[in-house]
Design a protein around this ligand. Structure first.
Ligand SMILES: Cc1cc2nc3c(=O)[nH]c(=O)nc-3n(C[C@H](O)[C@H](O)[C@H](O)COP(=O)(O)O)c2cc1C
Length: 435
């Protein structure tokens, strides 16, 4: 039985209570109207001059999302030391500009895995994106394509991978977790191959989920999977964000994991990240069968040492991502920008090196390129935009980063991304040591 209590406030429909049993939204016309109004409002919400940088988008995201969803996106593991240091470590790098150079036009393009992207940033896999905005992965991938760059789809996704691919003109990669086991993973790999995904990303830093302390406090597990009574203590935070709640309910409530299809059962219901990752450990040995199922390029994400970087090269990785999962896994590991020089030295140019973690400005992107990264992945920087305004918000986030990169390059007196090297920066000498 479906019970819906609607309260109309001005032109906004606020759905306060709706319990349902797996039915599609009974309000398609209303849903359409709300979405349409939402699209126009969304563009205004993130327009300049109100939104000037990524921190502005974060503020809007915080205002729109219930605390449980905002903290899931914003938070990190344990004391959040690595989360903070990922950002702060960029401040330890200073630029060494060349003045009085004519830098028009500036060329921001680069090649990643043989494909050209318009500027050196791709969208990192971000699980549960459909909770941040109903457009979720489709909106983010579409905005990436619009900006001329690529999108990496997480296994923990609410939209079908075929629809995500169809929704963008940019390259898309599939990020694999072994949630559900090998058969389920092989099914997803086959679908990704048929849909035209161009690389497979294996995340290796999640033998279990990190302890993200904000999640249990906010009732993440109860809200996603608990029974109605278990949810009750946490419902007030949802009611305090009526705009988000309306779009969430019109979208059908908690989405299914459309790309984790259990044979004979269908898509897995959404579970919290701790439960999901407790069954998802991947080892170097798994790469053998994964390689048999996926003939294309494999990217290893979560490398933090020269030793693991060498291992990834030896296993045939086409690229590695220097990543600590945005400070969400093992707290107390090094900020990623700090280990980048060690890893670049270890791989000796035998594979492409990408990095992520703490990128909030275009100048951070330029610093990473100077230290040897081919490109960066951005996670929260675009997810704040997604939460703030769906497709329009991600588009705005990428526009901000792109303009930042362009301006930074001009101020540095460097005309191309390919022309950047370590001579354009100073950074602490001990970043080059291997231990
Ligand atoms: C909300 C959220 C969900 C994430 N989900 C995944 C995921 O499903 N798979 C994965 O490999 N990494 C995941 N990550 C890590 C990102 O891919 C990326 O490594 C990290 O966000 C980079 O740090 P940044 O957010 O500071 O840019 C997630 C990160 C966030 C913030």
């Amino acid at each position: 039985m479906t019970t819906t209590l609607l309260v109309l406030v001005g032109s906004t429909v606020i759905v306060l209570i709706r319990s349902y049993q797996g039915m599609a939204s009974p309000l398609p016309a209303l849903s359409y109207l709300v979405c349409r109004e939402e699209t126009i409002a969304a563009r205004n919400r993130v327009a300049s001059p109100r939104i000037v940088n990524i921190h502005d988008l974060r503020r809007i995201a915080q205002r729109r999302l219930p605390q449980v969803v905002f903290d899931y996106l914003d938070g990190g593991a344990d004391g959040e030391i690595t989360l903070r240091q990922n950002c702060r470590a960029f401040d330890e790098i200073t630029f060494r500009p060349r003045q009085a150079i004519d830098v028009t036009p500036c060329d921001l393009r680069t090649q990643v895995l043989g494909k050209e992207i318009a500027f050196p940033a791709l969208l990192a896999p971000v699980g549960y994106s459909r909770l941040m905005h109903p457009g979720g992965e489709i909106a983010a991938a579409g905005a990436a394509g619009y900006a001329g760059t690529g999108y990496i789809l997480s296994t923990i996704s609410g939209h079908k991978l075929e629809n995500v691919k169809a929704g963008t003109r940019g390259p898309v990669w599939y990020q694999l977790y072994l949630v559900g086991g090998r058969d389920v993973a092989e099914g997803a790999i086959e679908r990704a191959r048929n849909a035209g995904f161009s690389a497979l990303v294996i995340t290796i830093d999640t033998p279990v989920a990190g302890m993200r302390e904000r999640d249990p406090r906010n009732g993440m597990k109860e809200l996603l999977a608990g029974n109605l009574f278990a949810k009750l203590p946490f419902v007030a935070q949802l009611l305090s964000r009526p705009g988000w709640l309306a779009s969430f309910l019109l979208d059908g409530g908690v989405p299914q994991l459309e790309n984790i299809v259990v044979p004979g059962q269908g898509p897995m219901p959404l579970i919290d990240v701790t439960s999901a990752l407790s069954r998802a450990v991947v080892t170097w040995a798994d790469l053998r069968w994964i390689r048999e199922s996926w003939p294309g390029p494999i990217v290893i994400k979560g490398v933090l040492t020269g030793e693991d970087a060498r291992r990834a090269v030896d296993e045939g990785a086409a690229a590695i991502v220097v990543s600590n999962h945005g400070g969400r896994q093992l707290d107390g590991v090094s900020p990623t920008i700090k280990v980048l020089p060690e890893i670049v030295a270890a791989v000796k140019g035998e594979t492409e090196v990408l990095m992520d973690g703490g990128v909030r400005r275009g100048s951070d992107i330029v610093k990473a390129i100077c230290l040897g990264a081919r490109a960066v992945l951005v996670g929260r920087a675009y997810a704040y935009g997604l939460a703030a305004a769906g497709h329009a918000g991600v588009t705005r986030a990428l526009e901000i980063l792109r303009e930042d990169v362009d301006r930074t390059l001009r101020l540095l007196g460097c005309q191309t991304i390919a022309g950047l090297d370590s001579s354009y920066v100073s950074y602490p000498r001990d970043w080059n040591t291997t231990r």
